[in-house]
Design a protein around this ligand. Structure first.
Ligand SMILES: C[S@@+](CC[C@H](N)C(=O)[O-])C[C@H]1O[C@@H](n2cnc3c(N)ncnc32)[C@H](O)[C@@H]1O
Length: 345
């Protein structure tokens, strides 16, 4: 190895070693409201003005702002020897709360729930089972029982899940022509972000969102859509209760929460309920066939190890599951982040 190669290797080591600090810098800037303030103010602001408006120390704020400039979340221009800060496009688009594509609530969920729980990753690897907190204190049935122990927990998770569809919902709903499926059921559909995307593409369709009672209760209270009459909610447990009859079942980020046997249980039930000629659409982050990546699939699969009994899978593994569940004509579409798998009854 020459010294240039060694330098490159050490840069990679530094980046990996400090990845969690980089996350926390971004989460903290979101939490303190820096991106919101800078989006609203429309003009760049000095560190002293930002600290005063957000009620923080000047010294701490200046340090955080400089780090955010280094990470390209903010930009800084000098005017009469003083730094003035503004959002970069990334800050405006993804980190300010009011942006339609905001990932603010995803950051909040990662900061408050995912980040502290990651200290138990070694335990999850040693024991080969999830380490959901506070599972050690009050054994929880699964991650949802743990996260949904308070209304705030339900809301926090739903908001986080919805954020992803503001970025990728449209491309995933248009991955296949689904116009032949007028009656749709989104199983584990949360607060309905994907259902809204479906209706905006297929205005003649109706979508029933089926989710756990606590999720449906919260979602109904908050649901705002011009398409309200086309989207309805039904509460229940998709393992225990009958699922609504439909032409198309959407299972978005559901299979990765469960092991193969549990997925088969759900698949068998959906196949029975599905109308002949109907379909099943899975949306997941797919692993490459040789399991070499992509990084987003490995990251999610590690999260599933820590929090659930599930995992991320290759498209061949989804193909095998759907075939075993009786679905035919299985097709795949890989998109920028998620993949879509469509099977027919
Ligand atoms: C990872 S989230 C995905 C949410 C949504 N499909 C999305 O992609 O944004 C899993 C969803 O499944 C729901 N869920 C978990 N267990 C369930 C069950 N037994 N019956 C019905 N829904 C369930 C959760 O409440 C949650 O909304």
């Amino acid at each position: 190895m020459d010294s240039a190669e060694e330098n490159e290797m050490l840069k990679l080591l530094f980046q990996y070693q400090h990845g969690f600090i980089i996350s926390k810098i971004m989460f903290t800037a979101c939490e303190l409201g820096i991106f919101d303030l800078l989006l609203e103010s429309r003009d760049t602001l000095s560190s002293a003005a930002i600290a005063a408006r957000l009620g923080t120390s000047h010294m701490g704020m200046k340090r955080l702002l400089e780090a955010c400039v280094g990470l390209k979340l903010l930009k800084m221009e000098r005017k009469s020897n003083e730094g003035f800060y503004g959002n970069t496009d990334l800050g405006n688009l993804c980190l300010a709360k009011s942006s339609p594509k905001s990932q603010y609530y995803y950051m909040k969920f990662y900061s408050e729930f995912t980040y502290p729980n990651f200290q138990y990753l070694a335990d999850a690897v040693r024991e080969g089972k999830p380490q959901v907190q506070p599972a050690y204190v009050t054994p929880a049935k699964d991650i949802f029982a743990s996260m949904y122990s308070s209304d705030e927990g339900v809301q926090r998770f739903s908001n986080a899940m919805d954020s992803a569809w503001s970025l990728y919902g449209q491309e995933m709903m248009s991955a296949f022509d689904l116009s032949c499926f007028p009656v749709v059921c989104d199983l584990g559909g949360g607060s309905g972000a994907l259902a809204k995307e479906y209706i905006s593409l297929y205005p003649n369709a109706t979508v029933t969102i089926f989710d756990l009672p606590k999720v449906v209760k919260t979602a109904k209270k908050q649901f705002v859509s011009s398409e309200e009459c086309k989207i309805s909610f039904q509460d229940g447990d998709f393992f225990k209760d009958p699922v609504p009859e439909a032409d198309l079942y959407i299972l978005a980020r559901i299979f990765h929460d469960w092991d193969d046997n549990t997925c088969m249980q759900l698949l068998t039930k959906v196949h029975k309920a599905c109308k002949p000629g109907g379909g099943l659409l899975l949306l997941e982050v797919a692993l490459n066939e040789d399991r070499s990546g992509p990084l987003e699939a490995h990251i999610r699969s590690i999260m599933m190890l820590l929090f659930t009994t599930g995992r991320e899978r290759t498209l061949s593994e989804y193909n095998a599951l759907l075939s075993a569940g009786g679905f035919k004509e299985i097709q795949f579409k890989k998109r920028s982040f998620y993949s879509a798998v469509l099977g027919r009854k």
